[in-house]
Design a protein around this ligand. Structure first.
Ligand SMILES: Nc1ncnc2c1ncn2[C@@H]1O[C@H](COP(=O)(O)OP(=O)(O)OP(=O)(O)O)[C@@H](O)[C@H]1O
Ligand SMILES: O=P(O)(O)OC[C@H]1O[C@H](OP(=O)(O)OP(=O)(O)O)[C@H](O)[C@@H]1O
Ligand SMILES: [Mg+2]
Length: 283
């Protein structure tokens, strides 16, 4: 059985739980439960503080875990990154009081910087040749300048609203992060096979999220142009409509190319275009 460590409650939790749900792996969570065995996949889930997850995975207490890349790198535990998960995207940035001038990273020479990421910040400052005092605090970092604890902070930023409401401005991004699946570096063959099975499901879910199923009607003379714009997984399906000279085209389109292609497809003569979400996509 695989042991999988997830954040109990925080910025990673909901998307982590949702990912397993979409992979068809059921387990109970919430209501103060700290452990749960899946009813339909050989896995046990542990609900933990995110900072502890890399350590548990390194020690083999858990085989897999989901954490932010920022935490994986900060803790420096030798675990393997199995896959990027595309959620909880954020950046680790240096911020200073809004009224302060910023001439560059050298301005931090000899200053006090509050952060929960002393290693990531320390390495960055060393690379830049800046010597500063790093003051480690475990949360509410953005308060530090206003209470005289530090002249700058280095913390997670997403929308920027926490910085804004604390009178700070972002001046330097030092790391970009998203949620990742990490694994113990010495899994046995049996566990590795289960990880591969899980990974196959995760990739199918992610592929589906990036694609749309598209159905449209087109006059037969427009088919070469339209099918060229809709390559699909192997090739589009083309079937005749009851109306003479018309066909129905079914295909799959990447979300990123969506609007650009839709314009071209319409211009080629397509009508009655339906765009449908895809739940799973198996290559
Ligand atoms: N505002 C945000 N937007 C997107 N992702 C974020 C945001 N804040 C944090 N993250 C990401 O989610 C991870 C967990 O953040 P969270 O704030 O829940 O951590 P925490 O308070 O340390 O939780 P815990 O109680 O488990 O220790 C961070 O390490 C980061 O990768
Ligand atoms: O740029 P924003 O969108 O405002 O997000 C950034 C904030 O989000 C995180 O804290 P969170 O709200 O998770 O609270 P925490 O300090 O309790 O972890 C992070 O530590 C920042 O403070
Ligand atoms: Mg934490």
């Amino acid at each position: 059985m695989l042991r999988i460590a997830l954040q109990k409650s925080g910025r990673l939790s909901e998307d982590s739980y949702q990912l397993f749900k979409e992979c068809g792996i059921r387990f109970d969570y919430g209501t103060g439960k700290l452990k749960s065995v899946s009813s339909n996949f050989p896995a046990e889930f542990l609900f933990l503080r995110d900072d502890d997850i890399p350590g548990y995975v390194e020690d083999g207490v858990a085989d897999l875990g989901i954490v932010g890349e920022n935490v994986a790198v900060e803790t420096g535990r030798p675990v393997q990154t199995v896959h990027k998960l595309g959620f909880s995207k954020c950046r680790l940035s240096i911020a200073i009081p809004r009224g302060t001038n910023w001439g560059g990273i050298q301005d931090l020479q000899g200053k006090n910087i509050a952060t929960s990421y002393p290693n990531l910040l320390g390495n960055y400052l060393a690379e830049q040749g800046v010597q500063a005092d790093i003051h480690e605090i475990s949360g509410s970092v953005e308060i530090a300048p206003s209470i005289g604890l530090a002249e700058a902070v280095c913390d997670i930023v997403s929308s920027g609203s926490t910085l804004l409401s604390n009178g700070l401005k972002e001046v330097e991004t030092i790391f970009r992060s998203e949620a990742i699946l990490i694994a113990n570096s010495a899994l046995d063959a049996e566990k590795q096979a289960l990880v591969d099975k899980l990974l196959f499901r995760i990739k199918s879910v992610q592929a589906a999220k990036n694609s749309k199923y598209i159905v449209l009607n087109a006059p037969n003379q427009a088919l070469p142009q339209i099918t060229a714009l809709l390559p699909g997984m192997r090739s589009p399906t083309v079937t005749p409509l009851a109306t003479e000279g018309w066909s129905s085209v079914h295909s799959v389109l990447n979300e990123n190319d969506f609007w650009e292609n839709i314009e071209a497809i319409r211009a080629a003569g397509a009508e009655g275009i339906l765009v449908i979400p895809i739940e799973k996509m198996i290559y």
